[in-house]
Design a protein around this ligand. Structure first.
Ligand code: SF4
Ligand code: FES
Length: 253
C-alpha cells in the first residue's frame, strides 16, 4: 500500500526551494511478504542531501523508517543505499544533482535486509576480515628496536588509493557476481587484499594470495567494472583485482 503525504506548513518551501517526490522502500522481512513504497512530497534546497530528506520524513511523517547513518560526511560508510537505481551514499548525494523530480531510495542489493533501508553487513565484514586487512611482519622484527618501516613516495603510491576504502559496500552492491555467488569474496575484500599485498612494509602476500586464489575468489570476477563506477572514495577495485591477478599469474613480483 502506498501512502502519500503532503508538506506541512512548517515545511513550506522557501522562495529558493523546490519539492520532490521521495519514494522510500518499506520492508520488514519478519512480517512482510513483499516490499512496498511510501511516498512523500518534501521541500529541498540546492544543497539538501538524500539523507537529509529521509531524516525529514522520519521527523515529520514516519519515524519508523529504518536507515543507518552516522558521520553525514562520506566517512563512516554507513548510509549506502540504492538511489534512483544506483548504489550511492545518501549523505554524499545531493537531490539537486539527481536531475529528477522523483527520488527513489531502496536498500543495497546483495545485502540481506534488516528493515527498510538498513541492511546486514556481516558478509562484507567477514570477507574483509578473511583477507587479513593489516600489515603482517615477522614477530622477531616487531620485537627489534626498529620502530619505523619507512617508505618512499613511490612505494606509498602503489596502494594509497585503496587505503581510502570506507567499507560502505557500494561496490559489492553493484557487483553482478555478488548477486549470483553467495560465497564470492567480492570487490571490496579483493581491493583490500591488493592494498596490503602492494604495501612494501607487508610480508603477508603469499598467505593472502592463497586465500583469494579460490573458486569463489578472484577468478569469479568477470570484470564488469561496476564496482569502480560506484565507489564514492575513488577506489578502483576492478583495477586492484587485475593487479592481483598479475601476482598470481607471475607478471608481478
Ligand atoms: S572500495 Fe569504495 S565502494 Fe567499495 S567499500 Fe570501499 S569505499 Fe565503498
Ligand atoms: S553517514 Fe557516514 S558515510 Fe554517510
Amino acid at each position: 500500500m502506498t501512502q502519500v503525504s503532503r508538506i506541512t506548513d512548517e515545511q513550506t518551501p522557501t522562495s529558493t526551494s523546490s519539492t520532490i517526490l521521495l519514494r522510500i522502500s518499506k520492508f520488514n522481512p519478519e512480517h512482510d511478504d513483499s516490499g512496498r513504497f511510501m511516498e512523500f512530497t518534501i521541500p529541498y534546497e540546492k544543497w539538501t542531501t538524500v539523507l537529509e530528506a529521509i531524516l525529514d520524513v522520519k521527523k515529520h511523517f514516519d519515524h519508523s523508517v529504518a536507515v543507518r547513518y552516522s558521520c553525514r560526511q562520506a566517512t563512516c560508510g554507513s548510509c549506502g543505499m540504492i538511489i534512483n537505481g544506483k548504489p550511492r551514499l545518501a549523505c554524499f548525494t545531493k537531490i539537486s544533482e539527481l536531475n529528477s523530480n522523483v527520488v527513489t531510495v531502496e536498500p543495497m542489493n546483495n545485502f540481506p535486509i534488516i528493515r527498510d533501508l538498513a541492511v546486514k553487513f556481516e558478509r562484507l565484514f567477514n570477507t574483509h576480515q578473511k583477507i587479513k586487512p593489516y600489515l603482517i611482519r615477522d614477530d622477531s622484527e616487531l620485537e627489534s628496536d626498529e620502530k619505523e618501516f619507512l617508505q618512499s613516495p613511490e612505494e606509498v603510491e602503489q596502494y594509497i588509493q585503496f587505503a581510502n576504502c570506507i567499507k560502505c559496500g557500494l561496490c559489492n552492491s553493484a557487483c553482478p557476481t555478488m548477486a549470483t555467488d553467495s560465497s564470492f569474496v567480492g570487490p571490496q575484500a579483493l581491493a583490500q587484499a591488493y592494498r596490503y599485498v602492494a604495501d612494501s612494509r607487508d610480508k603477508g602476500k603469499d598467505s593472502r594470495l592463497k586465500i583469494i586464489d579460490d573458486s569463489h575468489g578472484i577468478w569469479r570476477c568477470h570484470f564488469a567494472g561496476s564496482c569502480s563506477q560506484v565507489c564514492p572514495k575513488g577506489v578502483d577495485p576492478a583495477m586492484g583485482i587485475q593487479l592481483l591477478r598479475g601476482y598470481l599469474l607471475g607478471f608481478r613480483g
